[in-house]
Ligand binder design. Sequence first.
Ligand code: FAD
Length: 320
Amino acid sequence: MAEVLVYVDHVDGAVRKPTLELLTLARRIGEPVAVALGSGAEATAATLAEHGAVKVLTADAPEFADYLVVPKVDALQAAYEATSPAAVLVPSSAEGKEIAARLAVRIGSGIITDAIDLEAGDEGPVATQSVFAAAFTTKSRVSKGTPVITVKPNSAPVEAAPAAGAVEALAVTFGSAATGTKIVSRTPRESTGRPELTEAAIVVSGGRGVNGAENFSVIEALADSLGAAVGASRAAVDAGWYPHSNQVGQTGKSVSPQLYIASGISGAIQHRAGMQTSKTIVAINKDAEAPIFDLVDYGVVGDLFEVVPQLTEEIKTRKG
Ligand code: FAD
């Protein structure tokens, strides 16, 4: 069976969920070989093996320590050359897409970004994408070289599939571009304790209807009762009520959680583009004609300042 390279997103050995989802998809098209880089790379092996990695190629070097992309591309290329895989799968994060694009150029291959599903085809892996603000779903495959495919978080289930997960050291030679740039300083953002927006199983978003930065505490309280991430429409972000890093939509982030709750959001096409593939959509809006209601599984016509706190209290009560 052909090998499929899976680029591992991890923090000091803790594998992030989108990588485990990639392993599920990789098993549909071949034998997953994981590539883990940087501090804690070897510590990823047990988790990766539990989810189907037959092999884990690891490399650690000071070059991987900061958020520079080129050293990682050098390493992924080395893994590609060592394995001749049937495909290379990378999580669709900002960093993942840059790594994937650079690799595809280097190896002369086609690339598909932001896939939401993947299946084996007669002429290579077939990727499903949601395009034109989620108005269409397309299926495509790469016709040149080895397919390099980035996959959106929450596109596949995480499945236990025990495999050998044999750790092998990957030899990497860095090119001059990898060592030519240095990070001189970085300031970590204060943690909210909430899950990362694009990875969260539940997202609670607020829009213009929230009517002020201070009122976002209502949205945050609901999010916290559910262990959810907080999102915002562009109108709320442009008004300065919530950071751009939380914007959902065409010019923000794409999310695909199990549950998306939109409060005080009208449902403009550019907002839909970032959340339409959510599994269950709930909207709270005081205008029964709001376009968001065309999209939802459950709609509540009402004032969010009445509905959301009641919902939060009910969830807290039921959770005990
Ligand atoms: P509105 O459209 O003003 O809707 C507010 C809603 O809140 C209304 O439906 C109203 O009935 C309801 N409401 C008001 N008060 C209450 C209350 N007390 N209780 C309950 N409901 C209430 N938008 C994005 O979100 N993300 C993007 O990435 C994005 N990218 C864009 C890119 C381009 C190129 C362009 C042109 C636009 C983009 N937009 C984006 C903007 C988009 O077109 C909309 O303007 C925006 O999504 C509207 O945000 P909203 O729904 O919060 O506000």
